[in-house]
Each structure stands twice: as structure tokens, then as C-alpha cells.
Design a protein around this ligand. Structure first.
Ligand SMILES: [Zn+2]
Ligand SMILES: [Zn+2]
Length: 353
């Protein structure tokens, strides 16, 4: 079968690999759509970040080259012995987080913080940029009839946004700012609206992304190349600052601006991944008791996220800006996302339908 594999920096190839076997407790899925994630781009431009290169990943036993793709939907085509939660023919999506089940974090229920955490589609074990993949059955979630396969491929990033907002201190009626209107930022905007935020300020350098943000629930927009972010936040919040600033851009300027947008005793929540270090003045925290918190992946939230998409509270379709086939993933997918910021989520199918 065809699969897109990460070989190294700027080196992703579509190659022919063996179809994965179905073992006991595993489910084989024929991939319908798989989204390209910011973390895939990070691995392409500055990796390896979490892809194992020299030491095999403790849970998958694999090193690069690995199959990429962790945001996918598909149809169950085979089940291993002992699988009872899904049947052949079911339409599904996958929670691609791999955990040991043994460490303190796993045992306390916070499996997203597992000491050996891996991701199907990043750290080996197969992935969604391929024709088929196999994964343990408890990570497979059925899609209701009113969620399309395209929307099913957006459940994973939507879960990242739901987890972030749940971990934040955001309460109904609060104001927030979302720095970075890429896919995760646009999803946080929708989740914050669903959670009852009264004011949602979206900050991004792309006009197209800002208009998308307005369409999906932002109440105010700021383009820092044309406006002074702090002034807009000041005006919108009557000089107080926002209750919660979500950092979803992963850039130094945005880090500082998020912190500076937050009211005294307010909170900045970091959800983005970083390619380099940042510097900031801790007085911004200390003098007004501001807080920095963070959020990674998701933990037992897939059923709720699927319901939020099914009920229309999260518009997953609104995020999808392009659909391509696997053979074109580098040129039409990765390179397009890196150069053309009008795009949000690009979905990849093994063969275009
Ligand atoms: Zn992702
Ligand atoms: Zn663990």
C-alpha cells in the first residue's frame, strides 16, 4: 500500500509499504481522510521533534522512517480477536495517543501525560497518510451518521481545543483572546464561544484567517501588522485585559503579546508547540499575579468532542480549505501550508474521490 513517510528534515516521501497485519485487540481501518497538522509541519521544517530517530520509541519499537498522519477517519475493514466495541463497516475516527498504562500519570488517569507517550502517526506504529492502518480497538471511536468522514478527520484537533479550554480558567461570560488563527486557534475560538465566552478577540497576521475567525465566532479581530494589539485589547475590555489569553501561534512576539493581553490575576494558556526558546520579563507575571498554564493533547474527551461536532457547536467543515490526494502531500499539502496562510486544514485521501 501507499504511505507518506518521514525520512528526515524536509524529506517526506510517498512510498510502497506492506499492509499492517491485524493482531488480537487491534482494528484495521481503511483511511478516508487525514488532516495535515501543525506538528507534521514542525517535523517537516525543523524535525525531528518527537519522531524517534536513533532510539526506538518505547511503545512502538520503531525509528524513522515512520508513517505520518494522526488526524484521520475511515472505515473498519477487519477486527482482531477480542474486539467488541466496533464492527466491520463502522465509520470511525481514532484517538491517536499511545500510552503505557503503567506509569504514575497513566494510573492517575492523566494518560495524556504518560511518561512514554507516543502518537500513532508520529512516533511509529503506522499513520493516517496511508491506505490502511491498524490500531488498538480502545482508541477507535464510532462516528454518528450526521458526521462526514471529512468532519471525522477534524475530531483530533478539535479535541486539542476542547481540552485546552477545559483546562483553562475560562468561565461563562469571561473575555478571552486567541493568538494564532490557524486550525487550533479557530477551534479554540469555537469552543470558547460554546463555553460561553462573552468576548473573543482573534489575533493573526493573515486577513483571510481573521475573516475565518469572525465567521467562526470571534467577536473582535486584530492584525498586529496594522494595529497595536495591546490597544485593541485595552479598548475591547475597557482597559482591564482579557480573563484568558490562549497562545496558539508558537512565536515569541505572540507569547509576549498574549501575556500582555491578560488582566491582573488572569491566565495565559499555551497550547502551541515551539521550535525555539523565547525570552520575556517575569515581572509581567509577578507584579500582577498573572499565571502561565499549558495544555497538551486530550484525555477521555473524544465522545464529547464528537457530540459537539454532531450538534453543530463546533463547525469542523468550516476549517477545511483544501482536499488533496496522498501523492501530492508534499507539494500540495506541506509546502502549500508553509507558504500560503490562507489555508487552514488540508485533508489528504489515499486516492482522490
Ligand atoms: Zn494534530
Ligand atoms: Zn504511562
Amino acid at each position: 500500500m501507499k504511505a507518506a513517510m518521514w525520512y528526515g528534515l524536509h524529506d517526506v516521501r510517498v512510498v510502497d509499504v506492506a499492509e499492517p497485519p491485524v493482531e488480537a485487540g487491534m482494528v484495521k481501518i481503511k483511511i478516508e481522510w487525514c488532516g495535515i497538522c501543525g506538528s507534521d509541519l514542525h517535523e517537516f521544517t525543523t524535525g525531528p521533534i518527537t519522531i524517534p530517530v536513533n532510539t526506538p520509541h518505547p511503545l512502538t519499537g520503531q525509528v524513522a522512517p515512520v508513517i505520518l498522519g494522526h488526524e484521520f477517519s475511515g472505515t473498519v475493514v477487519e477486527i482482531g480477536d477480542g474486539v467488541t466495541n466496533v464492527q466491520i463497516g463502522d465509520r470511525v475516527t481514532v484517538e491517536p495517543i499511545l500510552t503505557c498504562g503503567e506509569c504514575v500519570q497513566c494510573k492517575s488517569g492523566r494518560y495524556n501525560l504518560c511518561s512514554q507517550r507516543g502518537f500513532h502517526g508520529i512516533t511509529g506504529g503506522g499513520g493516517g497518510f496511508s491506505e490502511y492502518t491498524t490500531i488498538q480497538s480502545d482508541l477507535v471511536h464510532k462516528l454518528p451518521d450526521n458526521i462526514s468522514f471529512e468532519e471525522g478527520a477534524v475530531v483530533e484537533p478539535a479535541a486539542v481545543a476542547v481540552h485546552a479550554v477545559r483546562l483553562s480558567s475560562l468561565n461563562i461570560g469571561d473575555s478571552c483572546a486567541v493568538f494564532g488563527a490557524g486550525p487550533i486557534g479557530l477551534l479554540i475560538i469555537q469552543v470558547a464561544r460554546a463555553a460561553g465566552a462573552s468576548k473573543i478577540v482573534a489575533v493573526d497576521v493573515s486577513e483571510q484567517r481573521l475573516s475565518k475567525a469572525l465567521e467562526l465566532g470571534a467577536t473582535h479581530i486584530v492584525n498586529p501588522t496594522r494595529q497595536i494589539t495591546a490597544e485593541v485589547i485595552h479598548d475591547v475590555t475597557d482597559g482591564h485585559g482579557v480573563d484568558v489569553g490562549f497562545e496558539a501561534a508558537g512565536a515569541e512576539l505572540s507569547f509576549r503579546e498574549t501575556l500582555q493581553s491578560v488582566k491582573p490575576n488572569g491566565e495565559m494558556l499555551i497550547v502551541s508547540l515551539w521550535e525555539r526558546e523565547v525570552s520575556f520579563n517575569p515581572n509581567w507575571l509577578v507584579l500582577d499575579e498573572r499565571k502561565i498554564v499549558s495544555s497538551v493533547a486530550y484525555c477521555r474527551e473524544y465522545p464529547e468532542v464528537i457530540s459537539l461536532i454532531a450538534s453543530g457547536k463546533i463547525n469542523a467543515r468550516g476549517l477545511i480549505t483544501k482536499k488533496i490526494q496522498l501523492d501530492d502531500i508534499v507539494e500540495e499539502g506541506f509546502k502549500t501550508l508553509l507558504t500560503d496562510k490562507t489555508h487552514s486544514k488540508i485533508l489528504v485521501a489515499p486516492t482522490l474521490r
